[in-house]
Write a protein that binds this ligand. Sequence first.
Ligand SMILES: Nc1ncnc2c1ncn2[C@@H]1O[C@H](COP(=O)(O)OP(=O)(O)O)[C@@H](O)[C@H]1O
Ligand SMILES: O=C(CO)[C@@H](O)[C@H](O)COP(=O)(O)O
Length: 496
Amino acid sequence: MKFLGIDLGSSSIKLSVFDAEKGTEVVAVTVPENEMEIQAPKFGWAEQDPELWWSYVKQGLSGIAQKGINLKEIQAIGIAYQMHGLVVTDEHLNPIRPSIIWCDSRAVEAGREAFDKYGPEKCLQELLGSPGNFTASKLKWVREQEPDVYQKIRHIMLPGDFIAARLTRVPQTSQSGLSEAALWNFPEGRLATELLKSMGLDAELVPEIVPNFGKQATIHPEVAAELGLNNEVSVTYRAGDQPNNAFSLNVLEPGEIATTAGTSAVVYSVSDENVYDKESRINTFLHVNNSEKARRNGVMLCINGSGISYQWLRKLLSAATSEPVSYEFLNQQAASVGPGSEQLLFYPFGNGVERIFQNKKANSGIENLNFNLHKPAHIVRAASEGIVFAMNYGFEVMKDLGVQGNTIKAGKANLFLSPTFREIFVNTTQTNLKLYNTSGAEGAARGAACGFGYYKNMNEAFSNLKVVESLEPESQLIEQYAELYEIWKQGIKIEK
Ligand SMILES: Nc1ncnc2c1ncn2[C@@H]1O[C@H](COP(=O)(O)OP(=O)(O)O)[C@@H](O)[C@H]1O
Ligand SMILES: O=C(CO)[C@@H](O)[C@H](O)COP(=O)(O)O
């Protein structure tokens, strides 16, 4: 039996077909070939067009068919998606404006006002954090700044809900989705209706709430015919890309930790408690396997400016070449310079406000540049160090909150494909790193199989997940990176 996983990232959309009998991925496709743009009509804004996402999903499905898969054999679909975005649609499920995505900073003030008005203590107790810059605050911004748009909205959705709605023509969202929107009352396990009211938002805009796993809705026959899919195929799994990354790595139980470094970088730890950071630098969302019987939360740090820094450097280094330079070239450049990049410091905070700094903007850029000494390779290495150091800054807050564990799992993907990045990561965070040969899209396909009822339990879905590489910190490098991290930390400048 074959299952399809769709991973709607900020840089690209990945699709995976997983053959459950064989226990392996049989086809993987990434669209577009070059990374998607994030539009910034104003400084600090970040938007993408949901119609473009949908056109890439369709392109990805054609790519799968071209690789010899009979799309009619797909039994169910799982969707993972960039979190916290706001998609607003009319009654025909057509977007009314571009999506205001996760790293858009415009709603920070709206979130602060909502936090103060609803009451800090109530927010922390009920939402396990502030409405912050999450989906609910983005919707409040639309209501206040674009009242004509707000009036036309019939459904609000997260990015993955939109893709599911395009497939099934049924608007739905999930409990974990609402938690990432800051619209979930954790202690009572329900929609945060009082917060919606306090923010002046209409609860009717929230679509039907479905569990992460299980038959959510069946594909619309017209869509099935257009895409060449089977009429019977259903969406049986959806989750934000970070809980999905953890799920893909079989990180499901308290104390287990996952990481990734795509456009953003995340360290994600599972907890069975309603833990929260009073300053909302670290965020708690529902994990995919949360249930009434067993509480499972994802406690996580997010650095917005992670792989996007590397992506930006790649574009810069490609400006004068006929073909873009490859990421492998960047990795080689990084490896050609020693730890510390000859005192060059890189601050990766150029993708909106950062949660680890309480939704404030911090410095982005390169410091200590010496024109007679530093080459592009130093900048690439410094960027890798700066990204890991930023992750470590958040990881320290997680540890203060009681997150423990010295083994972290990651997919062998994105920045974790760089040996230098991996070395910096293990020695700075002082953790063991286990890399698995899997991806978020493959995880979403396994999720679809779980939701379809193919497996007896979730562990069975991961019985042939394999570690492809294990790394451990080395005492000499630990010392070296600890010193470099302290120097880097001194250079953080947070806007007042
Ligand atoms: N071979 C590679 N080596 C190092 N980094 C890479 C490589 N390929 C991609 N990346 C990094 O990973 C990023 C994309 O990661 P991905 O997980 O696909 O992002 P998203 O899920 O946000 O779309 C790229 O922008 C780049 O920074
Ligand atoms: O905001 C978060 C997590 O809370 C981000 O991790 C987004 O979910 C975007 O993910 P990527 O596109 O970087 O995978």
